[in-house]
Write a protein that binds this ligand. Structure first.
Ligand SMILES: Nc1nc(=O)c2c([nH]1)NC[C@@H]1CN(c3ccc(C(=O)N[C@@H](CCC(=O)O)C(=O)O)cc3)C=[N+]21
Length: 283
């Protein structure tokens, strides 16, 4: 059996076209959605990522500003910039690219972002809203994974979902979204003694660890949906996920590729959240 591909690029193209239409309608009423992307330091990977985000905004008709600062920027200076963006009516979403330099307390910076502009969904208020089922921004990566399930008409209701990884930005919110969609959810992590025991029972596996080959063919139930959130490099420097794609795609029913899977969807949901923030502000 060969798994069907869930194509994050094709789905992104579709969703971004919808974003562009809604953006146009909002802009016609004088409320062009605006995203501020703040990058501190010169991490080359971060440079690429933020440029992709700014380009995606441009292509969908959103306004964006990229603010780049040297690694020597102080925490107080960054907090002052966040406060200014909170007050800027042309900006509806604020993204402070992570990781931040070690001398800056990332938690403090994220908490300084207005929850109304927290399009990353990283603020404690956004996390709490997700947990109790109140309106708020969902973190873009797990939100994108839910859209990928939706795109294949797969309802998590009554299914067993296994999430590997418990980070605040992927694993935990992913578990909450699946739970809200009525899945039975197991969260596995580095202290789980027998990972395969859990994954073999899963109808849905989400791998979000940040290490290659965390999920291999022998760990997957035939026909399962496998979502790969990993972003790693192999020996040749090639981008690869957490899943042994060649092996697992012989067993799974559906699988997301890396690249071209969850990554583009993360950016798409950032656009969706920014548009949503602008629509709320325009009401
Ligand atoms: N405040 C904040 N918000 C983030 O959302 C955030 C962040 N900080 N820090 C870094 C991570 C990483 N991240 C990615 C998004 C898209 C791709 C993506 O589009 N990847 C392409 C490939 C890109 C390539 O070729 O390198 C793909 O998977 O097809 C990758 C990584 C967002 N992050």
């Amino acid at each position: 059996m060969t798994a069907q591909l869930i194509d994050g690029i094709a789905l992104s193209r579709q969703l971004r076209a919808e974003v562009a239409l809604r953006t146009q309608a909002l802009a016609a009423r004088g409320h062009t959605p605006g995203l501020a992307v703040v990058l501190v330091g010169d991490n080359p990977a971060s440079q690429v990522y933020v440029r992709n985000k700014v380009k995606a905004c441009h292509d969908a008709g959103l306004h964006s500003v990229l603010e780049q600062y040297p690694a020597s920027m102080s925490e107080a200076e960054l907090l002052a910039r966040v406060h200014a963006l909170n007050e800027d009516p042309s900006i509806h979403g604020i993204l402070v690219q992570l990781p931040l330099p070690a001398h800056i307390d990332a938690h403090k910076v994220i908490e300084a972002i207005s929850p109304l502009k927290d399009v990353d969904g990283f603020h404690v208020g956004s996390a709490g809203a997700l947990m109790v089922g109140q309106p708020g921004f969902k973190p873009c990566t797990p939100y994108g994974c839910m859209k990928m399930l939706e795109s294949i008409g797969y309802s998590p209701k009554g299914r067993h979902a296994v999430v590997i990884g418990r980070s605040n930005i992927v694993g935990k919110p992913m578990a909450m979204l699946l739970l809200a969609a009525n899945a039975t959810v197991t969260v596995c992590h580095s202290a789980t003694p027998d990972l395969a025991h859990h994954t073999r029972q899963a109808d849905i596996v989400v791998a979000a660890v940040g290490r290659r080959n965390v999920l291999t063919a022998d760990m997957v139930k035939p026909g399962a949906v496998v979502i790969d959130v990993g972003m790693n490099r192999d020996e040749q420097g090639k981008l690869c996920g957490d899943v042994d794609f060649a092996g697992v795609s012989r067993v799974a029913g559906w699988i997301t590729p890396v690249p071209g899977g969850v990554g583009p969807m993360t950016i798409t949901m950032l656009l969706v959240n920014t548009l949503e923030a602008a629509e709320r502000a325009a009401r």
